[in-house]
Design a protein. Structure first.
Length: 376
């Protein structure tokens, strides 16, 4: 039976008593459902017609005002081209707070754009790195990165906390990390996860960009097989996207104090380690930051996030960007798993972009302000 595993990302993590979300082709359900009944496995159908749900999300898009920033809609999902246009516009119109640059090129030759956000108030400032869209199909990630930038620019004048953040810190924001994969998820396969690099021996494309980092590379929770969703790649940093970001972070490791990566879905706030069950040295600081962030998030709509070390809260996975950032001297490293817990999965409706981003914003501000207060 060919199934696409949505949660967890690898069959190794399927254990008794946990919930597993799978996507199955229409014709497979006839054989799968009797099999589940026979095995006494309880199931519910979350989305009965996935094709229809996909079309609802990426259907008629020509109505959107593409060219002007004032008409940019932050409550819909945007294609890569639209997001990059938007970045160029911001760079032109908000040069006092925004500086756009590229850290390199993707496998297919696309620029890897990052926005540097903040007041040029002093020569040296601490910084926060934020990336979204390491996994192509997790569209709510890039939507949040854009929302963060919008909020920063719109509330900078009126909100004291935001002004403090942008005055005392720089934010490096990468709205789409896996540009090739994201583009592919718009044009070919909505549920594509990996990068798009070619494998010579197998006819399978792509590497899991969150298993390709040089930290316990290709150990537990990653796969050596190029066709698997959690394929770690032929060697660490084999993917030009990972290599480019790792190079940038290494170069600025003294300046960058926090690393935040946005994924979906599970409603969790995770911190290191991902690759082993062990307590990090600055556990108390990080744990209290997570606790406060999750409470701030919940205050908006009552959405409860679980939080804790990734290995015990989600599952063990090696070669992740968060572990790598932490191991490379960035003391606050977090991975968010945004909404929801499986009802919509990767197809979070556009009507939920605003509440999801609004609550996540509270958590991110909370973590950032925590950074500015010395943790004891």
């Amino acid at each position: 039976l060919q199934v696409d595993l949505w949660q967890p990302s690898s069959p190794f993590h399927i254990v008794e008593g946990t919930v597993t979300d799978v996507r199955v082709p229409q014709n497979t359900t006839r054989s799968l459902l009797p099999y589940l009944q026979q095995a006494n496995i309880h199931y519910t159908i979350l989305i009965s017609d996935l094709q229809k749900a996909v079309e609802n999300q990426t259907g008629l898009r020509s109505y959107r005002n593409r060219r002007s920033l004032s008409g940019y809609n932050y409550e819909v999902y945007h294609s890569l081209e639209e997001i990059q246009d938007w970045m160029h516009q911001l760079n032109r119109t908000h040069s006092d707070l925004v500086h756009m640059f590229s850290v390199g090129k993707s496998y297919e030759g696309r620029p890897l754009y990052v926005l540097k956000l903040g007041k040029r108030s002093r020569p040296y400032k601490k910084a926060v790195w934020i990336d979204c869209g390491i996994h192509a199909r997790e569209w709510i990630g890039p939507a949040f990165c854009q929302w963060f930038v919008k909020e920063a620019l719109q509330t900078y004048q009126t909100d004291a906390a935001m002004r403090k953040m942008l005055t005392q810190l720089y934010f490096y924001i990468m709205p789409v990390f896996n540009v090739d994969g994201y583009h592919f998820s718009w044009t070919n396969d909505r549920f594509w996860r990996k990068t798009r690099s070619k494998n010579t021996r197998f006819h399978c494309h792509g590497v899991d960009a969150n298993r390709n980092w040089k930290v316990k590379w290709c150990d537990e929770g990653a796969s050596f097989h190029p066709c698997d969703d959690t394929y770690c790649g032929p060697f660490p940093e084999s993917e030009p996207e990972v290599k480019a970001v790792a190079h940038f972070l290494r170069k600025h490791r003294k300046q960058i104090k926090a690393y935040l990566s946005f994924h979906a879905y599970a409603q969790m706030l995770l911190y290191p380690y991902s690759y082993k069950y062990e307590t990090i040295p600055n556990f108390n600081c990080v744990e209290s930051a997570a606790y406060n962030a999750v409470n701030a998030l919940q205050s908006a709509y009552g959405i409860r996030y679980r939080y804790g070390p990734a290995s015990s809260t989600l599952y063990v996975s090696s070669g992740s960007s968060m572990d790598w950032a932490y191991k490379n001297g960035i003391p606050y490293a977090f991975a968010f798993e945004l909404r929801d817990t499986g009802h919509f999965g990767f197809l979070l409706p556009e009507t939920l972009i605003k509440p999801t981003c609004t609550e996540t914003m509270l958590a991110v501000k909370n973590i950032t302000l925590h950074l500015l207060k010395k943790c004891h």
